[in-house]
Design a protein around this ligand. Structure first.
Ligand SMILES: Nc1ncnc2c1ncn2[C@@H]1O[C@H](COP(=O)(O)OP(=O)(O)O)[C@@H](O)[C@H]1O
Ligand SMILES: [Mg+2]
Length: 371
């Protein structure tokens, strides 16, 4: 049927039709904007595994700040982040910044090209000062912080700290994989960032997902029955990316018979879920295990024999090696948030359906290493 458009957005970083289960983060940030310079919500860290919704949340917080008249600099923590942020601050003229001043700053930037620290500090002081005088503010969001260079993080943190002390209207929100971010901020000289308000993106309650599904589907012109709704919501296990993937495919299965019935049934839901799981494997599981050393992959495969939690000692037995020889591989897997520690000596998968994916693709994955 024409006129029916799939409302779900199963693409990394794409804004979902309903941002489910993030009210606390949004409130914390709204409070931060309202409370003025130095407020807790103006320094925030968002952590969670691949597909938990970090990037989308940064965009949403940016929209909130923009509605309050703030300017936003969105950056990813690849090498050169300080320079890119400085350039962005200089390039975006705020409404009252005259062209002369702007060009003057650009010259300054060129002259001081070698002294990166001075440039970032000057650029952000100028920008944040300008905006603060206009009763506006500057939000910097930084994504993929687990990949950041510690020196650059240090430099950026020092400037943000300085501006907060100067009572500038500035907010800094950074996001990344949980362990990667924790390792970084627990490292030397990043004490300031340790104060950031922690927002760990945990599982989203299924009733909120079901409500969002119903709203989204009905707004799109289809309907869904109660069984289909609960089966679909359960399949997401509260994982942000799966909300969109499952929603997309279930909706599509329903649309296929829209000329006879607009109601999505349980049968449609099951067809859609099967389709969604395949795509989840390609988009999320595959990316999580790509480029792992063979030993790390074998570690994961050995974990699939357990339900839920695996004992690291047992994994070593299965691989017929000493537990200590696996330490660095376990650390790598935790770092990439493929697995996480549940207690000392015990681990589990961080991404849902990871075990199922590994079992189903065991041969193909091992074949990459000539096994
Ligand atoms: N709170 C949410 N509610 C519904 N869908 C979401 C939510 N957060 C993210 N998504 C969806 O999940 C997918 C992954 O989001 P993304 O922000 O790219 O995750 P991450 O940056 O953590 O890898 C996208 O399709 C996005 O639309
Ligand atoms: Mg992301």
């Amino acid at each position: 049927m024409r006129g029916l458009v799939n409302p779900f957005k199963p693409t990394a970083g794409a804004e979902p039709p309903v941002l489910v289960g993030r009210d606390k983060v949004l409130e914390d940030f709204a409070d931060g904007l309202a409370e003025g310079p130095g407020a807790r919500g103006r320094l925030m860290r968002i952590t969670g595994p691949r597909g938990s919704g970090k990037t989308v949340l940064l965009t949403e917080l940016g929209d909130m700040a923009r509605d309050e008249g703030w300017e936003i600099i969105d950056e990813t923590a690849r090498a050169g982040l300080c320079e890119r942020i400085a350039r962005a601050a200089l390039e975006k003229p705020s409404a009252e910044l005259s062209l002369d001043v702007h060009l003057g700053l650009a010259d300054f930037h060129m002259e001081k090209g070698g002294a990166e620290g001075a440039t970032l500090r000057e650029a952000l002081s100028q920008k944040a000062g300008e905006l603060t005088r206009q009763r506006r503010g500057l939000l910097i969001t930084l994504d993929e912080v687990q990949d950041a260079d510690i020196g650059e993080m240090k430099e950026l943190a020092a400037v943000v700290q300085h501006l907060i002390r100067e009572k500038a209207n500035i907010a800094f929100v950074f996001a990344g994989l949980t362990m990667g971010v924790l390792d970084l901020i627990n490292g030397k000289a990043l004490t300031f960032l340790r104060r950031a308000l922690p927002e760990e993106l945990a599982e989203i309650p299924l009733d909120e997902i079901a409500a969002a599904y119903r709203e989204t589907i009905e707004r799109s012109g289809l309907l869904i029955d109660d069984e289909a709704l609960s089966v679909a919501a359960e399949a997401t296990v509260g994982y942000a990316y799966l909300i969109q993937l499952v929603g997309y495919q279930v909706w599509r299965a329903g649309k296929a018979h829209a000329d006879q019935s607009l109601v999505i049934t349980e049968e449609d839901a099951l067809i859609g879920i099967r389709e969604a799981m395949g795509e989840f494997g390609d988009a999320v599981h595959e990316a999580a295990v790509a480029d792992l050393p063979l030993r790390a992959l074998e570690y994961l495969l050995a974990m699939t024999q357990d339900e839920g939690v695996s004992a690291t000692a047992v994994i070593a037995e299965r691989l017929q090696v000493s537990p200590t020889s696996l330490t660095s591989y376990r650390r790598l897997l935790i770092q990439r948030q493929v697995i996480e520690q549940t207690a000392r000596g015990y681990v589990k998968f961080s991404i849902p359906y990871m075990g199922e994916y590994l079992v189903a693709n065991r041969e193909t994955l091992l074949a990459r290493y000539g096994r």
